[in-house]
Design a protein around this ligand. Structure first.
Ligand code: AMP
Length: 296
């Protein structure tokens, strides 16, 4: 695996690969890699001839009181994990390579950026869209793989790619979890063992909501209450938000209709560590409605 630090060299390597007919799949990350990231790299391996991952802790997506400075960084460890998952090139630019003096452009994605994470972390998705667009221009992939773990981010990226005509196929890979159910995250390294154990409640709360949907619950407030009650059963948790929304648009109607795909989204603090997670569900067909329709 080769490490590339300059945008120009990255573009030249990708250009040459494409000229000889190779397809490229790309996995952007902020590093401190774990099995979730490795899963995206492995998925990429199945999808294209060449796999490129990036490690870049992007300052423009962090708020002023967030953890940019203390975000964990370990390139040597990341290189080993990326390589053994099947990565061919690791793109690792510096902040000044990505944002040189005089840099002054931006990307704004409307709609899906305005709620939940977008509301709690103003400017976050502007930073995400900007860095992903720049990384796409540096790596020039055919495919890019993102994790369902950051569900709202996947909607933002899909919208940006559609709106700005990036010739890139976006693939979403499932969330990789620890044995307890806790979604893997670089930020889990901030948790002490007790917090780590307690944090698995997020997964169990999401599972309970999914179960309720399969048994016929389809009212948003009832589903949110199921999640909230479960989350509140552990000490120390500070809930930032709980939401149940239409999976495609993040709209939050009072109740959901048979066949609709929905998503449960949670953000919560344990100490100063903010964790996010989500789960998808489909509202089952209402047997009474079916009987009624068939009877006509
Ligand atoms: P990050 O380094 O946290 O910015 O994440 C880089 C990519 O890895 C994003 O597409 C994330 O959604 C994805 N990712 C992070 N954690 C997981 C996980 N536990 N399972 C699957 N994908 C993940």
């Amino acid at each position: 695996m080769q490490i590339i630090k300059s945008i120009e060299e990255m573009q030249s390597v990708s250009g040459k690969l494409k000229a000889i007919g190779k397809t490229i799949s790309f996995v952007p990350t902020m590093g401190y890699l774990h099995e979730g990231h490795a899963g995206l790299i492995k998925r990429s391996r199945e999808l294209a001839d060449v796999v490129i991952a990036s490690v870049f802790v992007n300052p423009t997506q962090f708020g002023p009181n967030e953890d940019f400075d203390k975000y964990p960084r370990d390139l040597e460890r990341d290189s080993k994990i990326a390589e053994s998952a099947g990565c061919d090139y690791l793109f690792h630019p510096t902040v000044s390579e990505m944002y040189p003096r005089g840099f002054g452009s931006g990307i704004i994605v409307s709609g899906v950026t305005e709620v939940l994470e977008g509301e709690k972390r103003p400017g976050h998705f502007d930073g995400v869209a900007l860095v992903v667009a720049k990384l796409f221009n540096a790596v020039m992939p055919d495919i890019a793989v993102f994790g369902q773990k950051d569900y709202q981010q996947t909607l933002v990226i899909k919208k940006m790619v559609r709106d700005l005509n990036f010739p890139i196929k976006i693939v979403i890979a499932p969330t990789v979890r620890e044995a307890t159910g806790l979604a893997m995250s670089s930020r889990n390294s901030y948790l002490d063992p007790t917090q780590r154990e307690r944090a698995s409640i997020i997964f169990h709360a999401l599972e309970e909501a999914r179960k309720a949907v399969s048994k016929g619950t389809h009212e948003r407030k009832v589903l949110n209450a199921i999640i909230l009650n479960k989350l509140r059963s552990v000490q120390e948790i500070k809930i930032d938000y709980v939401a149940t929304a239409l999976a495609e648009t993040l709209e939050q109607p009072d109740s959901f209709l048979p066949g609709e795909k929905i998503v449960f989204l949670v953000a919560a603090f344990f100490g100063r560590t903010r964790l996010i997670d989500n789960a998808l569900a489909t509202i089952p067909d209402d047997p009474n409605v079916k009987k009624f329709v068939e009877g006509i």
